[in-house]
Every structure is written in structure tokens, then in C-alpha cells.
Design a binder for this molecule. Sequence first.
Ligand code: ARG
Length: 579
Amino acid sequence: MADPLFTIAATLRAAFAKVTGLPADSIDPVVRPSDRADAQANGALALAQQLGKNPREVAAAAVATGLLAESCSTVEVAGPGFINLTFKPEFLAAQLAEAATDPRLGVRSAAQQRTVVIDYSHPNVAKEMHVGHLRTTMIGDSLVRLLRFVGHRTILENHIGDWGRQFGMLIEHLLDVGETEAVHQLSVSDLNTFYREASEKFEGSEEFKDRARQRVVELQSGDPETLGFWRLLVDESMRHFNGVYSRLGVLLSNDDLMGESAYNDMLPIVIARLREQGLLVESQGAEVVFPEGFINREGEPLPLIVRNSVGGFGYAATDLACIIDRVERLHADLLLYVVGAPQAHHLNMVFAVARMAGWLAPPVEAVHVAFGNVLGDDRKMFKSRSGETVKLSDLLDEAVERATAAVREKNDEMPPAEQAEVGRMVGIGAIKYADLSTDRIKDYVFDWERMLSFDGNTAPYLQYAHARICSIFRRAQVDRASVRAVVPSLAEPQEKALALALLQFDSTVHDTLDKFSPHRLCTYLFELAQAFTSFYEACPVLKEGYEATRESRLALCDITARTLSKGLELLGIEAPERM
Ligand code: ARG
């Protein structure tokens, strides 16, 4: 319970309860950070209204209980009945010392453990991962880390596109090229070339088209030989994807694969169950469900097509099976879909049908964690100079190259191997952070200069702030663990401001998870690094003549570094010790 706003809210709840006679847990003291003081509590307003009393009097009575005096040096009633609170430095120092000795840095565990399925990354087999997969992969990975950190059970699901009509042409192309040669091509060249060649043949030759169609039938009927070729395509693609995952340092592995094909056997069950519940309707030869509340422009009800008129199952059927599987087999109570904003309509309809069918019922929740696009300078979809979609692996190469050059320039005495290692951490970190630090729902412009800058809200800035603190300890030749139990003095305003920022790590982590919005954690880390810079400019740490405050300030340095590196870790970003 490190966050002082959280602690003070508990105290205020007790004070208001005493004054009003209401049960403490029914009271919201409405505590917020404040510009005038350290915090502001606005709860007296609603309480007074509820009780038909004067809000200023309710506020004053709460102050008069004396309960706030332990943690606050000044408590003032202002305006219509706000309470402005200024914390005692000793109070903050004690909270901070507690957080510093806690491996979780004062971050509370979730009040209730949930089982959360995180559906993210989901590239398509036989297609290169591109810049569009960056956001889902980064946001999903960070959410997994955050959820685990506060104690939830996480089930990672990489819902890859590994099924569909395109596999007919891909398998026929594989056979034309020859299995060995195809595997060779897939492993050395990029997946897109293979896919393009297959689809060119499909477009250009009736004979090939027929073969491809026949192959789809064989695939769907489970012909073992065909399934073997299909497997080969999936495996080769996974090798590519895993290569990107390991470079990005994301947690996904083959164990998390739960592609579209995995739900095949369940599709007839989806139909049967919907029919049994009387939800399935025939419409123009297709089998559909009309979820409540969905209408088209003409005001007519909109159908979710579960099986089309030629008997094929589509994306919607798979996603319905997916919900049944996640709820009934995995016993998940929170389903997160880290999927681009354009799929909101599809997902909302699927969720609505699942609710009507009773598969998705409280306390189980499904959330579309939607995100915007990555744009180029021209504010259009980010493309390469030749107008193609940008391959993720090329993007990572360039990031590491650029960052390594910057690191080399800044640290010419650093051994080349270390320059390369730090360059890798900075380059990958920069790409990830640029993505995560924008409100996910917004589009953002991909900008090398900005993301790699050592100034501003960037990974290099935060990594550098962390490395700089590590260097303070190296220069002082002090073991970091030795200052961890020190209760800092917080005499200077910058020390107090830094302490307040540090203590907000707890609520930031929870707030980030409440909204599934990693940018909140980014904003926090940026502000923390700025608070540290102000502190470091105003408060000498190792300078001669400052021996009396040295330990206390080193303690502030240590917990700042650990909060920065923990925060970056929760975003999936590494923090080098020197830069
Ligand atoms: N494969 C889909 C696409 O490329 C994304 C899958 C998202 N997950 C899901 N359960 N629908 O758009």
C-alpha cells in the first residue's frame, strides 16, 4: 500500500465515517493529485449532498477528527468543501522505505486473481510479419507482463491465421517447386515471395486453380498427406515468427499457438448449440444469428454469418468456438483481444451473439483492446519507400543499426561487443516504446529521429536515466543493496517530489491495467525520470561537503533506478547498466 494517495484515502474514509456515521467502505473520499498541495479530497461534496448537510462543514468535521494529522503537515478546507492535503516528509519517507525493501516496489497484488486469456500477435502463415503486427505484439506482451506482476493467471494465445482457402494454392505451389526446394526457399528468402508466386500462378492458370481448389477439399477432409504439407508451411512460418519474437524479447512461444485451425472440430458444435437455442436463422441460404442492437444503415437487423450459403465456416464461427473454448475449457474469466480497431464491429457482434447464447456471462468479460495504425510521414499507412508494407524484421535491423551508431558515438571507449549489445537494447527498446507510449487507440507516426532521441518521452531517455544512476553507484563504489533500508530525509522540495512520484508506481500499474493502456505506464516513467533529473540537479549526491545526506540520496537513487528498470521490464524493454 505504498501510494500515499491510497493510504490517505483510507484515513479519510475513516474520518468521514466517524463524522457521518456511514460505513467506511461505502464512502468514496475522491482523492486526486493536486497542483496546490500534494493531494485533494473532494468526497465531502457528495457526502454532504447525500446527508443534506453543508459540504464545508462535513469537510471541516473530518479534518477535526485529527486522523489526518499523522500523515499530513497541513490540511485545509477550500472552496465549496475540498480538502487540500500536504504530506509530512516523514510520512512519505517511511512509505518509501517500505517500498524500497519490497521486491514488488510497493505494488499491491490484484484484489482478486483472474484467469486471463490474452489473444495477441496473430500473424498469418506464409506471410511475413509486418509493421501492422508490431502493436498487437507489443501491447499484448506488455499486458501479459503487467497481469502477471499483479498476480493474475495468464494464458497467452497466438491466434495465427493458419486455415482457409489460400492453403490450397500454397500447397500446390509447394508441390510444384518440390518439397525440399520449397523448404529451402521458405527458410532463406522471405515468406512473401513464396506467397506471391503461389497467388500469381493461381491468377494465371486455370489448371493450377483447379488443383488448388481440389487441394482445399482434401485439406478440409483431413487427408493426411495434405495435412503434412500444410504442417510444413505452418512450421516454416513459425520459424520466421519465432525469430522476430526472440529479437523483440516477447514471451510468446510455440506452446501458445492456438491458430484458427485449432477450432475446426468445434465449428459444427457451434452451429448445433446455436440451433438448439433457437438463435440460428436461415437467411439467403446462409446460417446466421441476428444479435440484438446491430442494424445496418437502412435500420434493418444485421446478421452475423456463422455458415455461408455454400456451407463454409468463416471468421465469426471460429471466434464463437474460440469463446466457448476459452470459457469452458480454460475457465478464463477475462478475455482480451489485442486486435486492431477496424475489427471492433466484428468482435462486438461475436461478443453479442456469445452473450445471447449464454457462453459469455458475468463474471466472464470479453474486452477488445483496440489500437490504431502506424503511419508514415505522409500520415498514410506506414510503407517502405518502394510502397510496400514494411517487414518487421527489416524494421528491427534498422533500429538496431541506428541505435548502435548512436551508442558508439556517445561511448567511444566502450568495447565494440558492448556497444553492439547496448545498441540492440536501445534500438529494440526505442521501437517498442514509441509504440507503447502512444495512447493505443490513436494512430501514431513512425519517426526514427524521435524514437531514438535521448531527449523526450523515449526509451533511450529512460534507459539513459537508469544507466546514469547505475554509474553513480559505480563511481561511489557503493553496493546498491546497502542503502535499501535507509529512510531518506526528503528535506528538499525536489526530494519530496521525487518520493511522491516513486510512490505512485503502485497506482500507475493498477491504473494501466484497468484501462489496458500501457501508455499510462510510459507517461509515468517519463515523469519519474524528469523528477529524478530535477532532484539530481538540485541535490548533490556524491559531492564533497554533502556526506550527511549522501546515504539518504543514494537510497533515492537506488529506488528510482529500480522503479525505472521494473517499469521498463513491464513494457518488455531492457535497461542497460551503462550507455
Ligand atoms: N488473424 C486475424 C487478422 O489477421 C486476427 C485474429 C484476432 N483474434 C481473434 N480471435 N479474432 O486480422
